[in-house]
Design a protein around this ligand. Structure first.
Ligand SMILES: [Fe+2]
Length: 394
């Protein structure tokens, strides 16, 4: 997580009596707030401590909804793919309408244009994976026990696993997301951190570019609240006996936060720089990179678009957000390309000469490179341009 944050009332030390102020009646009149530690990688890595009005363990009912493994398409050859995901149907609610496109053991990538805010559930929790919601279009508020967090277009919203949340979009019919679900934690690349844990100068962002919740909700309300809990392929209904957003204060390094792609400070060179300069997040089994608007290479003889390359140990995915994609033809905002291992890829014919006099690129794209092979779902294949592998012919 990017940095230490605190919000609301907290006691002066960990694990001491914490009497709620203002003579507030508390659960069973015990008079204290209930400490709730949320930890990562056992108790070894980042953690936060929340203080609830009622014990967060008060669950009234639990019921399995379904267990549904993702199915991969097995009869596709090894080839490049262009998934025209700008055309995914607007469907479902904010949690159940997500359309899986690509997946492996470490991650699932979804596209999602919700048709309505809520179906059966207003509240959702991913118990098995961290989520990155990249807001392609839209804006609104994410509510959680940590408080209210505003989000806007081109934000990465990072939600650590185990956190109950409710998305409150300004206008659900405008929302359009790329969602990455990770079995490993989402982290700042360790090479960007100094020995004190601060983001190094010269990194493509600083702590000031990350935004945590700004205002607590502290909902002091008894009565059932149903939460849809997903962990891997399993979906469970959990009925809490009171509102889970009853937190009076918290501190720590684990909380939902946003980082806007426009705040990514591009690193440029006289000649073409490789993708690691665009790295934004480090996750077990894959990386996320931001190709932000930037000055193109400025050596007088520089070829200004990428070289042909074989990514021999990675599958490479690009999600095109906006701008003119200098090295590609036939790509639109909202497109996804998958360039797997085993086949070279590079600039489309004519794009090298076309970029000769260009000084800047206004393109914005999100890339994720995975260590293990990505599988396509049926929904992805339905959006696939089957002529894309031959698009490098003159
Ligand atoms: Fe590439």
């Amino acid at each position: 997580m990017p940095q230490y944050q605190r919000l609301g009332e907290i006691p002066r030390k960990h694990h001491i009596w914490f009497h709620l102020n203002h003579g507030r009646p508390t659960y069973k009149n015990e008079g204290i707030a209930y400490e709730h530690v949320i930890t990562t990688e056992g108790f070894n890595e980042a953690y936060s401590i929340m203080y609830h009005i009622r014990p967060p363990t008060r669950v009234r009912d639990i019921k399995l909804i379904k267990c549904e493994e993702l199915k991969k398409v097995t009869d596709a050859p090894l080839r490049h793919h262009h998934l025209k995901s700008a055309h995914v149907p607007r469907q479902g609610d904010l949690y159940t309408g997500r359309i899986p496109m690509l997946f492996n053991q470490d991650m699932i990538a979804y596209r999602h244009k919700p048709a309505k805010t809520y179906g059966e559930f207003e509240y959702y929790r991913n118990g098995g994976a961290d989520e990155i919601i990249f807001v392609f279009q839209g804006g609104g508020t994410l509510e959680s026990p940590f408080g209210k967090l505003r989000y806007r277009a081109e934000d990465y919203i990072v939600i650590p696993r185990g956190i109950t949340y409710r998305l409150v979009p300004d206008d659900v019919t405008k929302e359009d997301y790329l969602i990455l679900e990770s079995t490993g934690p989402v982290r700042i690349p360790s090479r960007y951190l100094n020995h004190q844990g601060q983001i190094r100068m010269g990194s493509p962002y600083s702590e000031r570019d990350f935004h945590g919740p700004g205002e607590l909700l502290t909902i002091d309300k008894d009565g059932d609240v149903e939460v849809l809990v997903k962990d891997g392929p399993r979906w469970t209904r959990v009925v809490h006996a009171h509102h889970p957003f009853d937190v009076v204060g918290w501190d720590g390094f684990v909380y939902p936060f946003t980082f806007n792609a426009q705040d990514f400070e591009p690193i440029t060179g006289t000649v073409h720089q490789p993708p690691p300069i665009h790295q934004t997040f480090e996750i077990r089994g894959y990386v996320v990179c931001t190709f932000a608007p930037r000055l193109l290479d400025y050596h007088p003889e520089a070829v200004k678009i990428p070289w042909v390359h074989d990514n021999v140990e990675a599958d490479e995915v690009l999600f095109y957000v906006r701008g003119n994609f200098g090295s590609r033809k036939g790509i639109e905002a909202g497109s996804i390309t998958l360039h797997p291992r085993g086949i070279p890829h590079g600039p489309h014919p004519g794009t090298i000469m076309a970029s000769k006099d260009a000084v800047r690129t206004e393109e914005l794209a999100v890339m994720f490179d995975t260590e293990h092979t990505l599988e396509l779902t049926e929904q992805a294949v339905a959006l696939d341009d089957e002529n894309y592998p031959k698009s490098w012919l003159d």
